[in-house]
Each structure stands twice: as C-alpha cells, then as structure tokens.
Design a protein around this ligand. Structure first.
Ligand code: ADQ
Length: 507
C-alpha cells in the first residue's frame, strides 16, 4: 500500500517529530533536533537501520514535504488549527490526560473531540503505511495515538506493531468513564506488543480487557477474536518496560569542567545558601507543585527552615496554556509564590526563585548538580525523568532526592526519600529528613540510585522494547534468578520506604 516514496524497516510514530523549526534573523528556517529524551533513546536502535519518524511538525496547516535530517527520514503529518484544538488540546489533553492521571481534574467528554481524534489517528496510520517497508517494525508512542495500531494492522497486516504508553494507564473504574472505552482498547489491541511504565499500568490494561470487554487474559497476555472478517484469535502481550535517561551522556555532561564551574556559580549567584532545594517540572497539575509549595511555606512558617539559609528554585515550564485547568494552575502557582516571597523573603534574596524558561541541557545539568535537595512530588506521573536526571548528574554523590510514591520512578529508585504528596505533614517531615540525614548515609543512597539508573538507561530501554516487540506474544527471554532476586529486593525496599514515610507522617 505504498505510494512510491522510500520505505523503511523501522518506523517510529509519535505526536511530534523530533525536530523544531528554527527561524534565523533574516527569516531563513532550518530544523533543529528537539532536546527530548525520546530522540536520544531511539538513536542507538535507529542507527544502522533505515528508519523513518512520522509526526506533527509543530505548526498548524499543510505539513512540509518529507525530509531527511541526520540520516533520519522525517515524515510530517498535517494538523489544522481545529484539529490541534480538538485532537491534541481537547481529546488527548483534556479527556484522556485527566482520566489517565487519577482524574486530578475533571475530564471533558465532547463528542466532536472524539471524531477529530479518530480522523487524526487515521491520518497517522496512513502516513505510517506509506513509509513502512514490507515486514517493517512500527513503534507507536503514547496516548495521542491509541487507535493507530488497529488502523495500521487493517491496512498492513504484514508489519509488526508496538505501542508504548509514556503516561500511566488508569484503573478500570476510571477508564470505564470514557464513552469510547471499547474503541480505544480495540485500537490498542491492533498491536503485537504494548509497553507500559509500571507493572501496575500493564495490569490495569489487562483488567480493562477482562472486565470491560470480557476478554480472556493469562499472565501478561490477552487473547481475543478481532472484529472483522478474519475469525482467528490473536494474542497480545502487555508488559512494563520503564523508560530511562541517557546515563552515560548526561553523566559525562555533568562532569564537564564547564558544568561543574557553572553549578558553583549558580550557588554563588543565589547567595550561597546552606541548603538549595530545586523543583523542575512542566507546569502541570499532575506534578504536585502546589503541594510542594504548601509544604515549603509551612516549613518557613514553623521556622523549621529559614530563608535565605534555605532557598527554593522552582523551574516551571508553562505548558498547554489553552486548557483552562492549566491556566488556573499557573494563576495559583504565581499567586502562592508571590505570597511566600512577600512573607518570607529578605531584600535581594527571594524565598522562592521562580523561573519559567526552557533551559539548554548544560544549564539544566548545572542546576541539578548544584541542588542539595531535589523535590519530585507528582500526584501521578508515568515515570518522571527529572528524578533520574538528578541522580545521573550527582557524580559527586552529593544531594538528596525527595520522591513521590506516585511517580513511576519510585518503583525503581528505592533509596530516595519517599513521600506521599497529599500528606503535607509527611512531605515536610521527608524534606527535613533529607536535609538532616548524615552525609555518609546520603552518599550511600545516592550511590545506589546512580547504580540503578546506570544499569537501566534509556538505550537499554529501547533495546528491550524492540526485543519484546520482536518476540511477542512470547516473552523475549525467561526471567533469570538474578532478575527474580532484583524484583524481591525491590518489593522489600518499597515496603520499608512506605513504612518510614507513614511513620514520619504520623509524627
Ligand atoms: P513529562 O510529563 O513531560 O513526560 P518528565 O518525565 O518529567 O515529564 O520529563 C520532562 C523533561 O523536560 C525532562 O527531561 C526535563 O529535564 C525537561 N525539562 C523540564 N523543565 C525544563 C525546562 N525549564 N527547561 C528545559 N528542560 C526542561 C511524559 C510523562 C512522564 C514520563 C515521560 C517520558 O508525563 O511521566 O517520564 O513522558 O516517558
């Protein structure tokens, strides 16, 4: 079903292409690699293969012609202004995003958004089959493209199809609210392999198949008879393959003399605080920024910490500003920080340094290296790469990671200082614990955290994903004794972490 253009053995499809258009002073435009982790993750697996990437180029209106950048074939998909509003801001981010994040805010269900979501998914599927070589591997990413697997399969049964969910997959009770729940599951089941961040996400998906669609599941697989003319049953595997960061690359960057110097400079420019706390988030209601600020404000009020000896830097990159819940969040965060600064700042040293810019990687690495306490307090997060980036940058074994148990990362980073962000007393106690823990104990924890991320980096994630896709519905390899032991250790550490955080909250 190709239309004569070049075809590729590996096709990645994501809402966005991994490039941004940059316009220079004289109006000439070029494409620049976007800094995102997905591009880095895909690099080693795409190298040496003929690969294409299908996605939106970031501007409304007719898509630019396909082009090649760094030997990667980029195939832009058109999105009109209305489609951006209804498929992306609407259905993806105002219907699915809240439902998939514990309904922290109320989801909206306009029917016309669904129609547009379907139309756009069909357009992506069409673009994919145009560039997929016979027998190609197609890797679809994220919640914006959940109908694509079945659409691709119906056009091109010869290709192998995988989907990876970067965000959580909700419990059946929440998923059941979606009027289009059956169509979404049937869309996903067009894949051979479905990857999730946590085991609980894969289990939620399998439970949805069982309870809402009456399908039969066994272990990590679901077997069903697809709708249509072909009555033969299919089996699809759903497993956890947690995403990670480019440990080697980021570690090397954080060790570079420029970044080490810049980290020291940052501390000096903040007035050399005894304790520098840092939060780095997209400005999203899932990230727990309000809860974190409340805990910080109360610690100042209680005089448990004193500004400017203790200082908080909060980077909050504005996002999805056309959506009401995000506008409201921004107003609240702006207001809260204004109030804290009015109450607790000294002239020239604000209690909260609040920054809304996008920073280049070296500057971000320097900030992570400079921070004594990193606050990662989401109410729900698929993974949270910032937590992994922080420990990657701490080659000096300094610093302490405060981590919410509702971040996917918590399931791997057992030596972090755990908190339940809903429990403000608990967050305060955990912050104080992170501050007061003796240096040797903090170093021991950081060393273990770094080992975990180094051994489970993003390159390993991408390879594991593709191996799982290739062998699905069978497992790519039998779990070894060592991985079984790893799992048991992880479960034990999680239980100990939870006990400690509950005790802290109970005072
Ligand atoms: P996000 O919700 O965007 O991703 P996250 O995993 O924290 O969340 O990644 C954010 C990235 O943006 C990090 O690499 C961070 O360094 C960067 N960043 C944040 N603020 C920045 C700033 N001001 N300037 C420059 N860079 C900044 C979704 C899911 C997550 C999941 C990822 C990957 O919601 O749960 O971890 O996908 O699967």
């Amino acid at each position: 079903m190709t239309v004569g253009g070049p075809t590729f053995d590996l096709v990645v499809a994501a809402n966005r292409l991994p490039v941004d258009r940059v316009v220079d002073a004289v109006g000439a435009s070029t494409w620049q690699r976007s800094p995102g982790g997905l591009v880095t993750a895909m690099e080693p697996v795409m190298r040496g293969k003929t690969a294409a990437w299908v996605g939106w180029a970031g501007e409304p209106g007719p898509a630019p012609e396909p082009f090649t950048e760094d030997r990667l074939h980029l195939h832009p998909v058109t999105l009109s202004l209305v489609e951006i509003q209804e498929y992306y801001e609407g259905f993806s981010n105002d219907t699915l995003w809240p439902i998939y994040h514990d309904a922290i805010v109320r989801a909206s269900f306009p029917r016309k958004w669904w129609n547009t979501y379907r139309t756009v998914n069909q357009r992506f599927a069409q673009a994919i089959v145009e560039v997929a070589a016979p027998g190609a591997t197609v890797w679809v990413h994220d919640y914006q493209l959940q109908l694509v697997p079945a659409m691709v399969r119906s056009l091109r049964p010869d290709v192998r199809i995988g989907w990876f969910n970067h965000i959580p997959f909700p419990p059946v009770e929440l998923f059941a609210q979606l009027p289009w729940r059956r169509a979404l599951v049937e869309g996903l089941l067009g894949a051979d392999f479905l990857g999730f961040q946590r085991t609980a996400d894969a289990e939620n998906f399998l439970r949805v198949c069982r309870r809402l669609l009456g399908m039969s599941t066994e272990g990590e697989t679901v077997t069903f008879t697809p709708p249509g003319d072909d009555p033969s049953p299919r089996t699809v595997r759903a497993s956890a393959i947690p995403i990670s960061v480019d440990f080697k690359g980021l570690d090397a960057l954080a060790r570079s003399p420029e970044v080490v110097r810049r980290a020291a400079e940052i501390r000096v420019s903040l007035g050399d605080p005894e304790i520098l706390m840092l939060g780095v988030d997209r400005l999203d209601y899932t990230k727990g920024i309000r809860h974190r600020l409340k805990a910080y404000e109360e610690l100042l009020r209680d005089k448990a910490i004193i500004s400017p000896k203790v200082t908080l830097v909060q980077l909050a990159l504005p996002s999805r500003e056309h959506i009401e819940a995000y506008r409201q969040l921004r107003e609240e965060v702006d207001g809260t920080i204004g109030r804290i600064n009015g109450e607790y700042s000294a002239l020239g040293s604000p209690a909260v340094h609040y920054l809304s810019h996008a920073y280049p990687r070296p500057e971000m690495a320097a900030m992570l290296l400079a921070a004594d306490v990193m606050l990662v307090t989401p109410l729900r997060d698929g993974m949270n790469l910032v937590a992994k980036e922080y420990v990657t940058c701490r080659h000096d074994l300094g610093g302490a990671l405060v981590l919410s148990e509702f971040a996917g990362a918590w399931h791997e980073l057992h030596q972090a200082f755990t908190c339940n962000p809903h429990d403000i007393e608990g967050v305060k106690a955990t912050i104080m614990h992170a501050i007061t823990t003796p240096r040797d104990e903090r170093r021991r924890r950081m060393k273990a955290l770094r080992r975990q991320v180094a051994e489970h980096d993003v390159q390993r994630w991408a390879c594991l994903y593709l191996e799982s896709l290739a062998s699905a519905p069978l497992e790519p390899h039998r779990p070894t004794l060592a991985s079984d032991r790893e799992r048991r250790d992880a479960e034990r550490a999680n239980r100990a972490n939870l006990r400690a955080s509950d005790r802290a909250a109970e005072g």
